[in-house]
Design a binder for this molecule. Structure first.
Ligand code: EPZ
Length: 416
């Protein structure tokens, strides 16, 4: 069965190690296409989205192999610029290959990457930025095509600091002719990781970590090794599990420096946060306070990917919390399932009003997308009795082994 079984209502106690970052490793795997040779990428999570990316790289002619959590990509023979496999439509991040394949081969034909239930996921910002770099965009037998005799640097400003569009511009610019100045670039840690990998491989990028990147095109990148940072959203998800169920947990390798917004919320709710060289700890020994108002923002604001997991925890906080989701248009998908567990939530457009209740009752619920599914697991850990979260495959897109990790933290949870 494609489900997760949880017997909730107990405190969490224990420690677990945080996996490599999904949203960092996907653009880095795409970037390995730009190296006519071998790249070794360490701390790579074994998750469905990485498998999809591996399939796409192999479709393009790369050799990809694993040893433990280390992936080796040999992109010497990249020869095909067409990607129309189901991996493209099934995974939004396939759009990141656009900039990389353009940088390597100068042309791409690919299916439109899928949207998903959290939003339409348009790519207008990507395409308009690439047009500014000399790319001609077209359409041919249901595939969209992109061609550039020679990508050239330019000065451009994104209308919105889109993470994916920033990554695509970087991937197209690192071996383009001339210099690209990218303003209003996204500042998510995953952008820094991508730039870190590319600089290791010989790219010339200034302004990393800021919203203004200056990328000087180089002739070629060279082989390199890189270690993927830990996943701030997986770590944040497990912290919301402790906020919801109570207890005392420690997350080894949790990237505290990238999680400040969530750690501040956890402390405001009454949790006791510990940060040291090894990771992040959280002690929750009494009923937590509500969060009067929280708005999801681009980094370093509160991340949209942790909005649903936090909502699950706020269902049991003392008082009313208000969450405003400002990044995606449809990211309150789990409200119905939480209400069936006894939560008191109402939504008005992109705001959710959550009135904390004494307890939640375990029940059968259905994941519809990655972070909403993880949030239902968080709710199940806090609810009394048995919960079954169906459609586990959505959660496995981003969590390497959520059941093992949570069992390490003392949860009674299994796949079924
Ligand atoms: C990345 O998606 C992440 N995915 C998402 O994580 C994350 O939620 C998102 O950034 C925001 O932080 C990966 O890194 C693989 P955006 P991305 O472009 O790049 C609109 C997860 O759970 N937009 O910053 O697609 C878009 O519709 C996933 O791990 C346009 O309108 O995010 C959205 O409303 C979910 N036109 C907003 O911008 C465009 O051309 C943010 O999108 C591009 C985006």
């Amino acid at each position: 069965m494609d489900s997760i079984y949880i017997y909730g209502g107990n405190f969490l106690r224990g420690e677990t190690k945080i996996q490599g970052s999904k949203n960092a490793v996907l653009p880095i795997l795409a970037a390995s296409l730009l190296v006519k040779g071998t790249c070794v990428i360490k701390n790579c999570p074994r998750i469905a989205d990485v498998c999809h990316m591996q399939n796409l790289l192999q479709e393009l002619g790369c050799l990809v192999s694993w040893a433990g959590s280390t992936v080796t990509v040999n992109a010497f023979h990249v020869n095909d610029s067409r990607m129309n496999g189901e991996s493209v439509t099934r995974m939004r991040s396939s759009i990141m290959l656009l900039g990389a394949v353009l940088g390597r081969l100068g042309e791409v034909a690919m299916a439109y990457p899928g949207g998903c239930v959290i939003g339409r996921r348009p790519i207008d910002i990507h395409l308009s930025a690439l047009r500014d770099m000399g790319v001609e965009i077209g359409e041919q037998d249901q595939l969209f095509t992109a061609k550039a005799k020679k990508l050239h640097g330019t000065e451009l400003e994104l209308p919105f600091p889109s993470v994916g569009a920033t990554e695509n511009v970087i991937l197209a610019a690192v071996t383009a002719e001339g210099t690209t100045v990218l303003k209003n670039a996204a500042k998510e840690p995953e952008i820094e990781a991508l730039c870190g990998f590319l600089k290791e491989a010989g790219a010339d990028i200034d302004g990393v970590g800021s919203s203004r990147l200056v990328i000087k095109g180089v002739k070629a990148l060279h082989e390199t090794k890189y270690t993927v940072p830990s996943d701030r959203i997986v770590a944040g998800t497990y912290l919301t599990a402790a906020l919801a169920a109570g207890g005392s947990i420690f997350l080894e390798n949790a990237p505290a420096g990238q999680m400040k917004a969530l750690l501040a919320v956890a402390e405001k709710m009454g949790g006791c946060v510990t940060v040291n060289g090894e990771g992040v700890g959280l002690d929750v020994i009494h009923k937590l306070n509500a969060v009067p108002y929280l708005k999801t923002e681009v980094h370093p604001g509160f991340p949209t990917d942790l909005q649903s997991p936090l909502m699950a925890a706020l269902c049991l906080a003392r008082g009313e919390s208000i969450i405003e989701e400002s990044i995606f248009e449809n990211r309150f998908r789990i409200v119905g399932d939480l209400q069936r567990m006894g939560a008191e939530i109402k939504t008005v457009q992109n705001k959710a009003y959550i009135n904390g209740v004494e307890k939640l009752q375990g029940t059968d619920v259905e994941a519809e997308e990655l972070r909403g599914g993880a949030a239902l697991v968080v709710a199940g850990l806090a609810a009394e009795g048995k919960s079954v979260v169906k459609n586990r495959h959505f959660i496995e897109r981003g969590y390497e082994n959520i059941c093992k990790d949570l069992r390490n933290l003392g949860a009674d949870i299994n796949i079924g």
